[in-house]
Design a protein around this ligand. Sequence first.
Ligand SMILES: Cc1ncc(COP(=O)(O)O)c(C=O)c1O
Length: 379
Amino acid sequence: MKRRSRSAPLGLAPHEKLVRLAAASTDVISLAGGLPDPTLFPTKELGDALFRALSRSHDSPLQYGWPEGDEALRAYVAGELERRGGDVSPSDVIITSGAQQAIAIALSSIPRCRRVEVDPETYPGALDIFRGAGLHVNDRPFGAQALYVMPSVSNPLGQRMSDGRKREILAQALAERSFVIEDDANAETWFSGELVRPLVADQRDRVFHVGTFSKTLCPGLRIGWLVPPPSLARRALREKQRLDLQANGLAQALLVEYLKNGHFESHKRRARERYRKKARRLIDSVRRHLPKLRFVPPGGGFSLWIQSELELDDEELLKAAIAHGVSFDPGRLFRVSRGGLALRLCYSAIEERDIDEGVQRLARALERCLEPARRVARD
Ligand SMILES: Cc1ncc(COP(=O)(O)O)c(C=O)c1O
């Protein structure tokens, strides 16, 4: 399944143009994008839920709602966090337009925030927010007022943070009186289904907790949430109201109805199993066709992060890859510091039977890019 658009917006960077080009072509196998598997979307159940939501005779979901969001949805989020050890009540939760907006609200609620520390490989959408706000971003400690992390399942690595690192982060936030933005967007994609205790359970006062239904259900609804520290809750709510008054009321009501029917748990189990199988297939294929590239097998998420010592430009490789009929996400998107060649290969949305062919095409493109350097070395 591809994202298509007939007319690309103006002002795209070269790699963005390449990604759009690849997405628009039916001949290109996409290992890019990090989209959920569209065949998992529970269309029928969501349709039924929409019908029930619209049939509500009391509070119509087509009317304006409060900026903090639907009561039942806030109670659901608080209940899930409580199950994971958090002391969070429904009144602490703000329903947002996706996790993306939750990160943006968290950031603008932090007083005098000028610096953000991130992991060496991090989520590009968050980098967009930080850079767009004119902040200094670094992947090493540099006295930042905010620390953006993904402890439960990281994107692009699909790894879980160690308990030691979690303690370090909370200690740093307490010592420096800085704030942690805990992005839990991919938490429920962990293949075994085991959920870890979130940072917000250990430190409410310094942690903004961010979550979403985009990875488990579908991103089109654009529903996520934010649990701000109590001292900044009013600021965060005002920011939410300033941005868009409220998250989409119809999408919230539909979700509330969907969650009532009890299918969500089995849906998530099915999704995790699908992603685990596809990840396995991609890992086997990369080991077979790209044996020199290094990676740590992911435990969850939608992608495999590949690194190499090769001094090859990822944009050059992407051009060659598209010419060979495959696309990927260039590593530069995920980093603030330079490094050797890195790529993110996504297994989530691709059809399982295309994975091996996609990797073989990538291996041929890599060979083609390495040829000139080898020729120089020989001559
Ligand atoms: C780590 C992370 N955070 C946030 C988001 C944005 O999620 P949403 O669709 O809920 O805005 C994504 C989506 O790719 C993500 O991977």
